[in-house]
Design a protein around this ligand. Structure first.
Ligand SMILES: Nc1nc2c(ncn2[C@@H]2O[C@H](COP(=O)(O)OP(=O)(O)O)[C@@H](O)[C@H]2O)c(=O)[nH]1
Ligand SMILES: [Mg+2]
Length: 219
């Protein structure tokens, strides 16, 4: 299947805007809704309230390379409980964020099943990011970075770690996805890499910047 087109693009130089659909996937309870709320409103909602309310989608416009990129971010709103996400959900996606919870080995083990559904129903050039969420819960963590990276490289998808609670990497993820999507439709910004390679590069740079030792202080 070919990639679904971005929804609207107007070609005025100053106000060029592209709209992309980004879908959230993963087991119930991994933090999809919280990730969306963190990105949209920069707040963290905890407890049962959010699980029952469910959210359909939220729009957020970001600016990348002086271009306005509107992301329509869809939440599964409960369909994921029995992995009964409708096929059109996959089909309409320009990008998929597949989450698991680093404190739940079950949610990690189910990633393979989610990836096989993606492979079956999504467009072949959909951009996929595997997201290890809840990394703030360090003492309860059971799924290591190495496990996540190994699985991601096996399926050739980009891996990154987030916390919807602290906000770690949340904005980064959506911006990196936006940049890769923009590159997919605008060949003038390719720099010789495929959109997926660009996404990997952005993640590597982001990881490196977070691993930099704190700079020495002068006395
Ligand atoms: N500590 C922590 N808790 C989180 C994080 N993300 C979500 N949660 C909690 O995990 C539970 C499920 O989150 P929710 O967004 O409803 O998951 P969903 O079913 O995938 O949409 C809620 O109690 C959230 O407060 C996170 O990054 N860190
Ligand atoms: Mg939810």
């Amino acid at each position: 299947m070919n990639r679904p087109p971005p929804i609207a693009t107007n070609n005025h130089d100053q106000a060029q805007q592209s709209t992309f659909k980004v879908m959230l996937l993963g087991d119930s309870g991994v933090g999809k809704t919280c990730l969306l709320v963190r990105f949209k409103d920069d707040t963290f909602l905890c407890g049962s309230f959010i699980a029952t309310v469910g959210i359909d989608f939220r729009n957020k416009t970001i600016v990348i390379n002086d271009k306005q990129v509107k992301l329509q971010i869809y939440d599964t709103a409960g369909q994921e409980r029995f992995r009964s996400v409708t096929h059109s959900y996959y089909r309409d996606a320009n990008a998929l964020l597949l989450l698991y919870d680093v404190t739940s080995i079950t949610s990690f083990n189910n990633v393979r099943a989610w990836l096989s559904d993606i492979h079956e129903y999504a467009h072949s050039d959909v951009i996929v990011m595997l997201i290890a969420n809840k990394v703030d819960k360090t003492t309860e963590r059971v799924v290591t970075r190495e496990m996540g990276e190994k699985l991601a490289s096996e399926y050739n998808v980009t891996y990154t770690e987030t916390s919807a609670k602290t906000g770690l990497n949340v904005e980064f993820c959506f911006k990196a996805i936006g940049q890769a999507l923009l590159q997919q439709i605008d060949s003038t910004i390719t720099n010789g890499e495929t959109p997926s390679q660009t996404l990997n590069t952005l993640v590597q740079l982001n990881d490196q910047s977070q691993r930099q030792p704190l700079c020495c202080s002068y006395s």
